[in-house]
Design a protein around this ligand. Structure first.
Ligand code: FAD
Length: 367
């Protein structure tokens, strides 16, 4: 008999949920992570008593009551509602696009006036068969919303001109004809009271963990001590990049501690002008209604991804999708390795989705 039933590579949400559920069923688990902390991308670093979302702002939202109840069974969530703002040339606009935004843009006061304005601009553009992202966006929301709130932000995010990006990136652009700044349509949303680390601690309570431990440095030794490996790292790295490297977009974060209580009055402000190099400023204390005397703000700069950098957004174009399929075929032939999570599945997952996916996997294994 081996020392562990499972060695779980990666202490992010997928690994932590899997470990919790396996442990609950009497299985012996070891969770390792190459980072010097647990939690993966939901990890918060405490600065000046404020939980700073180290890998980008994270807001939990879901329509699924069972997932909401599941995460709340480890830590209670607060009532934070995401209502970001956009700053364009010093003017502020509410997001998502709603009656408040339309009033700020055109002083229109009724849904009909707003709809007429958008229809007028869409018709004037004459675009019937959009050939790129710019044409697609204008054909959906007209020129004002596109030029002030979409163009610069999107070009910074992708590092390419909107006219060079494929139309399919934007399938739809939700327009809301009510005065409602709540970004998500989901029934449940919030932030764990005390921060995301409480969620990770709850999930991994009583489970053996080792941080600053890279699976690939002792791959054979880990395989030797466990019946099965749960792998939540990069699938291409697992197979020594035999089909090539899967590509990502990355982000660079610049944190600043400010000697003032409240910098921007909101957790998230987008900067939608092309010439401002960052896309957003996050003021972390507002996620938890903090009253600390100082504040921490983070500027978010999208950038190209190279090996050694954090991989954030998979580039699901044809080339990468085909390459991933080759890796997935190899993975499906493994008897004792379970692949899961955003890096192993080369997929953008929201938190509620990755929790659900881990629970589905648990069910398929343990019944
Ligand atoms: P991860 O959290 O990345 O965990 C994988 C872990 O595996 C990492 O800790 C890594 O260090 C470890 N690992 C990898 N390779 C090895 C190895 N060789 N050896 C040991 N350990 C290894 N979701 C929302 O619902 N709401 C949001 O507002 C939101 N905002 C986001 C903002 C940004 C910028 C990003 C990028 C994502 C956001 N998400 C959000 C998504 C959320 O981060 C993911 O759903 C979730 O973190 C995925 O968990 P995971 O376990 O799959 O991956």
């Amino acid at each position: 008999m081996k020392q562990y039933d499972f060695v779980i590579v990666g202490a992010g949400l997928f690994g932590a949920v899997f470990a919790h559920e396996a442990n609950k069923r009497g299985k012996k688990c070891l969770v390792i992570d190459k980072r010097n902390h647990l939690g993966g991308n939901i990890y918060c670093e405490e600065i000046e008593g404020i939980n700073v979302h180290k890998y980008g702002a994270h807001i939990f939202h879901t329509n699924d009551k069972s997932i909401w109840d599941y995460v709340n069974s480890f830590v209670e969530f607060n009532r934070y509602t995401n209502s970001p703002l956009a700053n364009f040339e010093g003017e502020l606009y509410n997001l998502p696009f709603n009656m408040n935004t339309f009033y700020q843009l055109w002083k229109v006061k009724t849904p009909q006036e707003a709809q007429d304005k958008i229809n007028e601009q869409v018709a004037a553009s004459g675009i019937t068969d959009p050939q790129n992202l710019e044409e697609q966006a204008i054909s959906l929301v007209g020129t004002d919303i596109y030029h002030k709130l979409i163009k610069g932000y999107t070009e910074k995010q992708w590092g390419r001109k909107a006219t060079e990006l494929p139309a399919f990136i934007i399938k739809r652009l939700p327009l809301r004809f009510t005065f409602d700044n709540n970004y998500f349509n989901d029934k449940y949303q919030g932030i764990p009271i005390g921060g995301y680390n409480k969620l990770t601690e709850g999930l991994l309570n009583g489970i053996e963990v080792k941080t600053s431990t890279d699976f690939f440095e002792k791959r054979e030794a880990f395989k030797a001590i466990a019946d099965k490996i749960v792998f939540t790292g990069h699938i291409d790295e697992y197979y020594d990049y035999c089909f090539g490297k899967l590509e990502y977009r990355s982000l660079r974060f610049e944190n600043e501690v400010l000697d003032q209580e409240n910098y921007q009055g909101n957790a998230v402000v987008n900067y939608t002008e092309a010439h401002i190099p960052f896309t957003r400023i996050i003021e972390h204390k507002h996620f938890e209604f903090g009253k600390q005397s100082k504040t921490v703000v983070t500027k978010e700069y999208p950038c190209e991804w190279n090996s050694g950098m954090e991989a954030y957004y998979p580039i699901n174009d044809d080339k990468n999708t085909e390459m991933f399929k080759l890796y997935r075929t190899l993975a499906s032939e493994e008897k004792d390795v379970i692949f899961g999570g955003r890096l192993a599945e080369y997929k953008y997952y929201d938190m509620h989705q990755v929790v659900a996916s881990a629970l589905v996997r648990v069910k398929s294994i343990f019944g």
